[in-house]
Design a protein around this ligand. Structure first.
Ligand SMILES: Nc1ncnc2c1ncn2[C@@H]1O[C@H](COP(=O)(O)OP(=O)(O)OP(=O)(O)O)[C@@H](O)[C@H]1O
Ligand SMILES: CC(=O)N[C@H]1[C@@H]2OC[C@@H](O2)[C@@H](O)[C@@H]1O[C@H](C)C(=O)O
Length: 374
């Protein structure tokens, strides 16, 4: 008998919505189907505007975007179900990450804000929806992020021991798994700064295969200036976001390099992402035997090559261990919803820095309430 969950993820790259339908029966994790709904350019711009730390925003814009994204998340689920010909009744629950508009775990009143109203998802699809998955961990003094390390441990440690998983989305995060401990934290920028820079200079959404970065030359002075940022020196637990590694961050750092060709800046940003990931692997996972990569950055061949050059051990894709690298985050949120409905903790509290394991999220019942599927 199948045990079906849907994971919904929209990450810091603001590219669109990932929806994964996952079967967890027999303690397995099988991706049955996947659907991706890309955001239009104008929607991306409006979301970017909402998550600019320096700009005032209207509460009305915030509220209507919460509704608009809730509807888009629901639409994505319906499109996914249509593909599979499965009914809403056959799905146990949806785990919805929402879209992070601001992450401030270190502020005086720490918070992490995800939007995409889960009431609308549950009402429209009829499926019980688990959402708001970060704030319970923050309430327990944690960072509220990253949350995927618990899933990485649960799934990938069946196949391996002594390894790292690196997710390279807008922000990059790492999970270190060995016999003695499991660690997980954000290493810093993944693709977000490279995406910004190529959008500004070449009007492209991302640096396809890393070809533009490869065409430039790394500037060692600028690289040192980037790496000088205090975030990289912080000990875990730590997490960050694109409100910190922002266009302002980059523009401020490159101010002193007005003559530098734009492709050299891209090359230096790519090196920064690679080096900060591998410096953390060397520091926190010195005896790891393999690094598995997932997230959109795995398609940036130049970046993956730089990572592999920096490491002494092999670098592979999570696809080699059963999960397509573009699916891992959505699958993890399906798993987190299941954890919550099973009354199990979802946070790896030593990774997030919380003071205890926590059952994460709010539950928005589907058409059948909480007693049955859907
Ligand atoms: N072919 C490609 N070549 C280079 N980079 C790519 C390619 N395809 C995707 N990417 C990069 O991957 C990014 C999307 O990655 P992903 O979907 O994992 O991010 P996310 O889930 O939004 O982020 P996060 O994990 O931080 O929440 C794109 O913005 C782009 O920078
Ligand atoms: C606040 C927030 O949305 N953080 C994201 C982001 O994207 C990557 C990294 O920064 C990670 O900390 C997290 O996402 C993954 C899914 C996580 O929580 O594990």
């Amino acid at each position: 008998m199948s045990e079906l969950y849907i994971g919904l993820m929209s990450g810091t790259s603001l590219d669109g919505i990932d929806a994964g339908l996952v079967d967890f029966s027999d303690d397995q994790c099988r991706v049955v189907d996947f659907h991706y709904l890309p955001f239009s350019e104008s929607l991306k711009q409006q979301i970017r505007h909402l998550s600019q730390p320096e700009q005032p925003i209207l509460l009305a814009d915030y509220g209507s975007m919460d509704t608009r994204l809730g509807r888009l998340f629901a639409e994505t689920v319906i499109a996914l179900l249509k593909k599979t010909a499965l009914s809403a009744e056959s799905i146990n629950a949806i785990g919805s990450h929402g879209l992070t508009v601001f992450h401030a775990p270190q502020s005086r009143f720490p918070f992490s804000l995800q939007i995409g109203d889960p009431n609308i998802i549950a009402e429209t699809t009829g499926i019980t929806t688990v959402a708001d998955l970060r704030r319970r961990d923050i309430a327990a003094q944690g960072q509220g992020a990253p949350l995927v390390p618990a899933f990485h441990q649960s799934f990938f440690s069946r196949h391996k021991e002594n390894f790292c998983v690196v997710n390279i989305g807008g922000i990059a995060n790492i999970t270190v798994i060995n016999k003695d401990c499991v660690l997980g934290f954000d290493t810093g920028p993944g693709n977000t700064l490279m995406d910004y820079w190529i959008r500004k200079n070449l009007n492209q959404s991302h640096d396809r295969n890393g070809d533009w970065a490869r065409s430039g030359t790394v500037n060692p002075l600028l690289l040192a200036q980037f790496k000088n940022d205090p975030y990289f020196q912080l000990a875990p637990a730590k997490s960050t976001g694109k409100e910190y590694f922002s266009s302002f961050w980059l523009e401020h750092k490159i101010n002193q390099f007005p003559e530098l060709p734009s492709e050299d800046i891209q090359a230096t940003l790519c090196q920064l992402t690679a080096d900060t990931i591998t410096d953390d692997i060397s520091q926190y996972a010195a005896d790891a035997q393999e690094t598995l990569i997932c997230g959109g950055g795995c398609h940036n061949h130049h970046l993956v090559q730089l990572i592999a050059e920096n490491l002494q051990h092999s670098v592979s894709s999570t696809g080699d261990y059963g999960i397509n690298p573009d699916h891992v985050e959505a699958v993890a949120f399906a798993w987190l919803a299941r954890q919550t409905l099973l009354n199990q903790p979802g946070n790896l509290y030593k990774a997030t820095g919380a003071n205890a394991p926590a059952i994460l999220g709010g539950i928005y019942p589907g058409k059948k309430g909480l007693s049955g599927k859907g």
